[in-house]
Design a protein. Structure first.
Length: 189
């Protein structure tokens, strides 16, 4: 992809707090703009098309893959695609901003490989898997089975942490936000 700017990638296992940290970074006036991903999954009640995700059908997603419209994409579950549109990044750079991505671990590594030195890839880690399990349990949105699956997936995702530019341990949100902010500020300057 043609070079026009830098970008920030924030990845983490589910429940580690990446979305909260991304929101904090956007609010710091560092010229970051949220990169809206595309997905073929159904829109949830509270979600807004074009703000949370670009919601497109599986067929349209496959067509756009064939056209090369995505800088990265993956089929996370059967028939459930997620990806980053090249047009979204171009739009953010054209606005004089730097895209910030809130993506899963695999997506984060794909973006890091696509952008190389122009990207800062942060891995948000829970202090431990036990803490992550407690956080997910306290959300009370999981069945025992889905909780077990998420913790197993998180354990696997933690093995990729070293492949990122920096690991931010979310022991307290205040500390994690401050550390992420310092790293992003240094990278963008």
């Amino acid at each position: 992809m043609e070079h026009t700017g830098k970008c920030v990638i924030v990845s983490a296992p589910s429940g580690a707090g990446k979305t909260t940290i991304v929101r904090h970074l956007i609010d710091q006036g560092m010229g970051l703009e949220f990169s809206v991903s595309a997905t073929s999954r159904a829109k949830r009640a509270h979600e807004v098309d074009g703000k949370d995700y670009f919601f497109i059908s599986v067929d349209e997603f496959r067509d756009r893959i064939a056209e090369g419209a995505f800088i990265e994409w993956e089929e996370v579950y059967n028939g459930q695609f997620y990806g980053t549109l090249r047009s979204e990044i171009r739009k953010i750079w054209a606005n004089g901003q730097s895209p910030i991505f809130d993506v899963d671990v695999v997506g984060g590594l794909h973006l890091k490989s696509a952008f190389g030195e122009r990207a800062l890839a942060l891995f948000v880690s829970p202090p431990s898997l036990d803490v992550l399990e407690d956080r997910l349990h306290n959300r009370a949105t999981e069945t025992a089975e889905s909780l077990r699956k998420r913790v197993e997936k998180a354990a696997h995702e933690m093995t990729y942490a070293e492949r990122f530019d920096a690991i931010v341990v979310n022991d307290t949100l205040e500390h994690a936000c401050a550390e992420a902010q310092a790293r992003v500020k240094q990278f963008l300057s």
